[in-house]
Design a protein around this ligand. Structure first.
Ligand SMILES: [Zn+2]
Ligand SMILES: [Zn+2]
Length: 349
Protein backbone atom coordinates (compact mmCIF):
# COMPACT_ATOMS: atom_id res chain seq x y z
CA UNK A 1 0.00 0.00 0.00
CA UNK A 2 1.47 3.34 -1.02
CA UNK A 3 1.19 5.98 1.65
CA UNK A 4 0.27 9.61 1.10
CA UNK A 5 2.46 11.25 3.79
CA UNK A 6 1.25 14.56 5.20
CA UNK A 7 3.41 16.57 7.55
CA UNK A 8 2.21 19.50 9.64
CA UNK A 9 5.07 21.72 10.71
CA UNK A 10 3.72 24.13 13.30
CA UNK A 11 5.12 27.19 15.00
CA UNK A 12 4.84 26.86 18.80
CA UNK A 13 6.63 30.07 19.74
CA UNK A 14 5.18 32.01 22.64
CA UNK A 15 3.52 34.57 20.37
CA UNK A 16 1.10 31.77 19.48
CA UNK A 17 -0.22 31.83 23.05
CA UNK A 18 -4.00 32.01 23.48
CA UNK A 19 -6.29 32.14 20.46
CA UNK A 20 -3.70 31.30 17.76
CA UNK A 21 -2.56 28.00 19.26
CA UNK A 22 -6.12 27.04 20.22
CA UNK A 23 -7.20 27.76 16.66
CA UNK A 24 -4.47 25.48 15.29
CA UNK A 25 -5.56 22.62 17.55
CA UNK A 26 -9.20 23.21 16.65
CA UNK A 27 -8.28 23.31 12.96
CA UNK A 28 -6.52 19.95 13.21
CA UNK A 29 -9.44 18.39 15.07
CA UNK A 30 -11.97 19.63 12.51
CA UNK A 31 -9.77 18.47 9.65
CA UNK A 32 -9.45 15.03 11.20
CA UNK A 33 -13.24 14.77 11.42
CA UNK A 34 -13.61 15.65 7.75
CA UNK A 35 -10.85 13.35 6.49
CA UNK A 36 -12.03 10.36 8.49
CA UNK A 37 -15.27 10.44 6.54
CA UNK A 38 -13.36 10.29 3.29
CA UNK A 39 -12.75 6.73 2.06
CA UNK A 40 -9.85 7.76 -0.19
CA UNK A 41 -8.09 9.66 2.57
CA UNK A 42 -8.67 6.80 5.01
CA UNK A 43 -7.01 4.45 2.61
CA UNK A 44 -3.87 6.40 1.89
CA UNK A 45 -3.33 9.42 4.16
CA UNK A 46 -0.72 9.27 6.92
CA UNK A 47 -0.22 12.27 9.21
CA UNK A 48 2.63 13.62 11.30
CA UNK A 49 3.07 16.70 13.47
CA UNK A 50 6.36 18.54 13.93
CA UNK A 51 6.49 21.65 16.10
CA UNK A 52 9.09 24.37 16.42
CA UNK A 53 9.47 26.73 19.34
CA UNK A 54 12.48 26.47 21.61
CA UNK A 55 13.46 23.41 19.57
CA UNK A 56 12.00 21.29 16.81
CA UNK A 57 10.19 18.10 17.79
CA UNK A 58 8.21 15.45 16.02
CA UNK A 59 5.21 15.08 18.32
CA UNK A 60 3.52 12.42 16.20
CA UNK A 61 5.49 10.17 13.85
CA UNK A 62 3.88 9.47 10.50
CA UNK A 63 0.67 7.67 11.52
CA UNK A 64 -2.23 6.35 9.50
CA UNK A 65 -5.26 8.61 9.52
CA UNK A 66 -7.52 6.26 11.50
CA UNK A 67 -4.95 6.04 14.35
CA UNK A 68 -3.81 9.65 14.39
CA UNK A 69 -4.54 11.78 17.44
CA UNK A 70 -4.06 15.52 17.72
CA UNK A 71 -1.15 16.03 20.16
CA UNK A 72 -0.86 18.56 22.93
CA UNK A 73 1.08 21.54 21.59
CA UNK A 74 3.53 23.01 24.10
CA UNK A 75 4.70 26.57 23.60
CA UNK A 76 8.22 27.82 24.13
CA UNK A 77 10.60 30.70 23.58
CA UNK A 78 12.11 30.89 20.15
CA UNK A 79 11.11 30.09 16.58
CA UNK A 80 13.45 27.31 15.50
CA UNK A 81 12.38 27.08 11.87
CA UNK A 82 15.75 25.88 10.57
CA UNK A 83 15.79 23.02 13.05
CA UNK A 84 12.22 22.12 12.05
CA UNK A 85 13.14 21.88 8.37
CA UNK A 86 16.15 19.72 9.19
CA UNK A 87 14.02 17.44 11.33
CA UNK A 88 11.38 17.23 8.62
CA UNK A 89 14.00 16.16 6.11
CA UNK A 90 15.32 13.49 8.47
CA UNK A 91 11.89 12.09 9.30
CA UNK A 92 10.86 11.94 5.65
CA UNK A 93 14.03 9.99 4.91
CA UNK A 94 13.07 7.46 7.60
CA UNK A 95 9.29 7.32 7.23
CA UNK A 96 8.67 7.66 3.51
CA UNK A 97 9.62 4.89 1.09
CA UNK A 98 11.36 6.21 -1.97
CA UNK A 99 10.54 4.83 -5.38
CA UNK A 100 13.25 2.83 -7.06
CA UNK A 101 13.39 0.93 -10.33
CA UNK A 102 12.14 -2.18 -8.51
CA UNK A 103 9.81 -0.69 -5.91
CA UNK A 104 7.01 1.77 -6.25
CA UNK A 105 7.50 3.91 -3.15
CA UNK A 106 5.13 6.22 -1.30
CA UNK A 107 3.61 9.31 -2.79
CA UNK A 108 5.35 12.63 -2.64
CA UNK A 109 4.92 14.02 0.89
CA UNK A 110 2.70 17.05 1.38
CA UNK A 111 3.90 19.52 3.97
CA UNK A 112 1.84 22.28 5.58
CA UNK A 113 4.00 24.74 7.46
CA UNK A 114 2.49 27.39 9.70
CA UNK A 115 4.27 30.27 11.39
CA UNK A 116 3.48 33.71 12.79
CA UNK A 117 6.88 35.28 13.20
CA UNK A 118 10.55 35.49 12.42
CA UNK A 119 12.83 32.49 12.80
CA UNK A 120 15.32 32.80 15.63
CA UNK A 121 17.77 30.17 14.46
CA UNK A 122 19.92 29.67 11.38
CA UNK A 123 17.46 28.66 8.72
CA UNK A 124 18.74 30.17 5.44
CA UNK A 125 20.91 27.38 4.05
CA UNK A 126 18.43 24.67 4.87
CA UNK A 127 15.59 26.76 3.42
CA UNK A 128 17.46 27.05 0.13
CA UNK A 129 17.72 23.27 -0.02
CA UNK A 130 13.97 22.99 0.43
CA UNK A 131 13.16 25.31 -2.41
CA UNK A 132 15.07 22.99 -4.72
CA UNK A 133 13.57 19.84 -3.26
CA UNK A 134 11.16 18.46 -5.82
CA UNK A 135 10.44 15.27 -3.92
CA UNK A 136 7.99 16.97 -1.61
CA UNK A 137 5.37 19.69 -1.81
CA UNK A 138 5.38 22.36 0.83
CA UNK A 139 2.72 24.98 1.43
CA UNK A 140 3.66 27.69 3.90
CA UNK A 141 1.14 29.86 5.68
CA UNK A 142 2.32 32.98 7.43
CA UNK A 143 -0.24 34.24 9.90
CA UNK A 144 -0.33 37.72 11.32
CA UNK A 145 1.31 41.01 10.48
CA UNK A 146 4.73 39.96 11.74
CA UNK A 147 5.35 37.06 9.40
CA UNK A 148 8.34 37.55 7.18
CA UNK A 149 7.09 36.62 3.70
CA UNK A 150 10.61 36.64 2.30
CA UNK A 151 11.54 33.89 4.74
CA UNK A 152 8.67 31.72 3.54
CA UNK A 153 9.35 32.46 -0.11
CA UNK A 154 12.87 31.23 0.43
CA UNK A 155 11.45 27.82 1.45
CA UNK A 156 8.66 27.31 -1.07
CA UNK A 157 6.85 28.81 -4.01
CA UNK A 158 3.50 28.06 -2.39
CA UNK A 159 3.01 30.75 0.24
CA UNK A 160 -0.25 31.93 1.76
CA UNK A 161 -0.66 34.79 4.13
CA UNK A 162 -3.33 35.15 6.79
CA UNK A 163 -4.19 38.55 8.20
CA UNK A 164 -4.18 37.31 11.78
CA UNK A 165 -3.44 34.00 13.45
CA UNK A 166 -6.99 33.79 14.74
CA UNK A 167 -9.89 31.35 14.80
CA UNK A 168 -11.42 32.61 11.55
CA UNK A 169 -8.23 32.54 9.48
CA UNK A 170 -7.04 29.18 10.71
CA UNK A 171 -10.45 27.55 10.37
CA UNK A 172 -10.49 28.58 6.71
CA UNK A 173 -6.94 27.41 6.20
CA UNK A 174 -7.56 23.97 7.67
CA UNK A 175 -10.79 23.63 5.70
CA UNK A 176 -8.75 24.16 2.56
CA UNK A 177 -6.09 21.72 3.82
CA UNK A 178 -8.81 19.08 4.35
CA UNK A 179 -10.10 19.61 0.83
CA UNK A 180 -6.58 19.50 -0.62
CA UNK A 181 -5.71 16.29 1.19
CA UNK A 182 -9.01 14.74 0.12
CA UNK A 183 -8.38 15.72 -3.51
CA UNK A 184 -4.77 14.56 -3.36
CA UNK A 185 -5.70 11.18 -1.92
CA UNK A 186 -8.34 10.74 -4.60
CA UNK A 187 -6.16 11.73 -7.51
CA UNK A 188 -3.14 9.69 -6.47
CA UNK A 189 -4.91 6.58 -7.72
CA UNK A 190 -5.38 8.03 -11.17
CA UNK A 191 -2.22 9.94 -11.79
CA UNK A 192 0.13 8.20 -9.41
CA UNK A 193 1.14 11.58 -8.06
CA UNK A 194 -0.02 13.68 -5.16
CA UNK A 195 -0.31 17.29 -6.00
CA UNK A 196 -1.36 20.45 -4.23
CA UNK A 197 -2.13 23.53 -6.18
CA UNK A 198 -3.21 26.93 -5.05
CA UNK A 199 -5.50 27.25 -8.05
CA UNK A 200 -8.62 26.54 -6.04
CA UNK A 201 -7.46 28.39 -2.99
CA UNK A 202 -10.31 30.51 -1.60
CA UNK A 203 -8.67 33.92 -1.52
CA UNK A 204 -10.31 36.71 0.41
CA UNK A 205 -9.28 39.72 2.45
CA UNK A 206 -8.13 37.46 5.20
CA UNK A 207 -6.25 34.76 3.31
CA UNK A 208 -4.15 35.61 0.29
CA UNK A 209 -1.75 33.84 -2.01
CA UNK A 210 1.65 35.43 -1.93
CA UNK A 211 2.97 36.14 -5.40
CA UNK A 212 6.57 36.71 -6.27
CA UNK A 213 5.80 40.40 -6.53
CA UNK A 214 3.90 40.67 -3.25
CA UNK A 215 5.77 43.23 -1.17
CA UNK A 216 7.16 42.20 2.15
CA UNK A 217 4.85 43.15 5.00
CA UNK A 218 5.93 45.95 7.24
CA UNK A 219 6.78 43.85 10.24
CA UNK A 220 7.03 45.42 13.63
CA UNK A 221 9.30 43.16 15.66
CA UNK A 222 8.62 45.02 18.88
CA UNK A 223 4.85 44.89 18.54
CA UNK A 224 4.46 42.47 21.44
CA UNK A 225 6.33 41.88 24.62
CA UNK A 226 5.93 38.64 26.52
CA UNK A 227 6.64 38.56 30.19
CA UNK A 228 7.31 35.25 31.89
CA UNK A 229 5.91 35.18 35.40
CA UNK A 230 5.34 32.71 38.15
CA UNK A 231 2.69 32.98 40.81
CA UNK A 232 4.17 33.45 44.26
CA UNK A 233 1.41 31.39 45.88
CA UNK A 234 0.97 28.48 43.46
CA UNK A 235 4.45 28.63 41.84
CA UNK A 236 2.68 28.11 38.54
CA UNK A 237 3.79 29.70 35.30
CA UNK A 238 1.97 32.32 33.27
CA UNK A 239 2.62 34.66 30.40
CA UNK A 240 1.64 38.30 30.28
CA UNK A 241 1.30 39.75 26.83
CA UNK A 242 1.66 43.45 26.10
CA UNK A 243 0.96 45.20 22.85
CA UNK A 244 2.43 48.43 21.64
CA UNK A 245 -0.30 51.02 21.59
CA UNK A 246 -0.58 53.95 19.24
CA UNK A 247 1.85 55.07 16.62
CA UNK A 248 5.17 56.75 16.97
CA UNK A 249 4.07 60.33 17.26
CA UNK A 250 7.61 61.61 17.30
CA UNK A 251 8.63 64.86 15.71
CA UNK A 252 11.12 65.55 13.04
CA UNK A 253 13.93 63.36 14.35
CA UNK A 254 11.65 60.77 15.86
CA UNK A 255 11.78 62.50 19.19
CA UNK A 256 8.60 62.79 21.13
CA UNK A 257 6.15 60.55 22.87
CA UNK A 258 7.40 57.07 23.56
CA UNK A 259 5.26 54.14 22.59
CA UNK A 260 3.46 52.68 25.53
CA UNK A 261 2.54 49.05 25.95
CA UNK A 262 -0.94 47.99 26.96
CA UNK A 263 -1.97 44.67 28.48
CA UNK A 264 -3.07 42.23 25.81
CA UNK A 265 -3.87 39.19 27.86
CA UNK A 266 -2.66 36.88 30.56
CA UNK A 267 -2.23 33.17 29.92
CA UNK A 268 -1.76 30.52 32.60
CA UNK A 269 0.28 27.64 31.13
CA UNK A 270 1.03 24.22 32.58
CA UNK A 271 3.89 23.57 30.23
CA UNK A 272 6.30 25.96 28.68
CA UNK A 273 9.82 25.58 27.37
CA UNK A 274 12.30 28.32 27.97
CA UNK A 275 15.57 29.10 26.35
CA UNK A 276 18.42 29.34 28.83
CA UNK A 277 19.39 32.61 27.24
CA UNK A 278 16.26 34.34 26.14
CA UNK A 279 16.18 36.27 22.92
CA UNK A 280 13.54 38.77 21.95
CA UNK A 281 13.09 42.24 23.24
CA UNK A 282 12.78 43.56 26.71
CA UNK A 283 11.37 46.90 27.67
CA UNK A 284 11.37 49.13 30.69
CA UNK A 285 8.40 48.83 33.01
CA UNK A 286 8.01 52.57 32.49
CA UNK A 287 6.51 51.76 29.11
CA UNK A 288 3.79 49.53 30.51
CA UNK A 289 0.63 51.52 30.97
CA UNK A 290 -1.46 48.70 32.38
CA UNK A 291 -0.98 45.32 33.93
CA UNK A 292 -2.88 42.08 34.41
CA UNK A 293 -3.59 40.55 37.81
CA UNK A 294 -2.11 37.10 38.42
CA UNK A 295 -4.43 34.52 36.83
CA UNK A 296 -3.91 32.10 39.72
CA UNK A 297 -4.17 34.21 42.88
CA UNK A 298 -5.34 37.62 41.72
CA UNK A 299 -2.31 39.52 43.04
CA UNK A 300 -2.41 42.90 41.34
CA UNK A 301 1.32 43.58 41.21
CA UNK A 302 4.43 41.79 40.22
CA UNK A 303 8.01 42.00 41.31
CA UNK A 304 11.51 41.37 40.05
CA UNK A 305 13.73 39.01 42.03
CA UNK A 306 17.51 39.41 42.08
CA UNK A 307 17.63 36.17 40.05
CA UNK A 308 16.31 38.21 37.13
CA UNK A 309 12.85 36.62 37.01
CA UNK A 310 9.48 38.16 37.70
CA UNK A 311 6.61 36.88 39.77
CA UNK A 312 3.26 38.10 41.05
CA UNK A 313 3.29 40.04 44.27
CA UNK A 314 0.93 41.72 46.70
CA UNK A 315 0.95 45.45 46.22
CA UNK A 316 3.35 47.47 48.33
CA UNK A 317 1.03 50.08 49.79
CA UNK A 318 3.60 52.10 51.69
CA UNK A 319 6.53 53.11 49.49
CA UNK A 320 8.81 53.35 52.52
CA UNK A 321 8.22 49.79 53.61
CA UNK A 322 9.44 46.62 52.01
CA UNK A 323 7.86 43.18 51.69
CA UNK A 324 9.53 39.88 52.48
CA UNK A 325 8.78 37.43 49.71
CA UNK A 326 10.05 34.09 48.47
CA UNK A 327 10.71 33.98 44.75
CA UNK A 328 8.90 31.03 43.13
CA UNK A 329 11.70 30.67 40.56
CA UNK A 330 14.79 30.45 42.77
CA UNK A 331 13.23 29.95 46.24
CA UNK A 332 15.27 32.80 47.70
CA UNK A 333 13.58 34.84 50.41
CA UNK A 334 14.43 38.51 50.38
CA UNK A 335 13.10 42.00 50.99
CA UNK A 336 11.43 43.73 48.09
CA UNK A 337 11.06 47.50 47.85
CA UNK A 338 9.72 49.87 45.28
CA UNK A 339 12.03 50.84 42.44
CA UNK A 340 11.40 53.30 39.63
CA UNK A 341 11.56 50.85 36.78
CA UNK A 342 13.23 47.68 35.56
CA UNK A 343 13.24 45.85 32.29
CA UNK A 344 10.88 42.98 31.52
CA UNK A 345 10.29 40.68 28.63
CA UNK A 346 13.07 39.12 26.66
CA UNK A 347 10.96 36.28 25.40
CA UNK A 348 11.04 35.92 21.67
CA UNK A 349 8.39 35.56 19.04
ZN1 LIG B 1 -0.22 34.75 41.89
ZN1 LIG C 1 14.38 34.50 42.13
Amino acid sequence: MRKLPIYFVLDTSESMVGEPINAVVQGLVTMLGVLRKDPYALESAYLSVITFGTEAKQLVPLTELSQFQVPKLILGSGTSLGAALLLLEKRIAVEVTKSTAQVKGDYKPLVFLMTDGEPTDRWETIADKFLKNRSLQLVAIGCGPDTNLNTLRRITELVITGAEANQETLAKFFKWVSASVATASQSVDKTGESKISLEKFPQDDNLKIVEETTPQQKTEPNRFVFMHNKCIKTKKFYIQKFEKSGQQTGGFFGLGKKNKYTKAGVFPLDDFEQLSSSGGISISTELLDSTNPCPYCGNESWALCSCGKTHCSPEIKDAKKSLTLTCPWCNTTSDYGIVDSFSVGGGSG
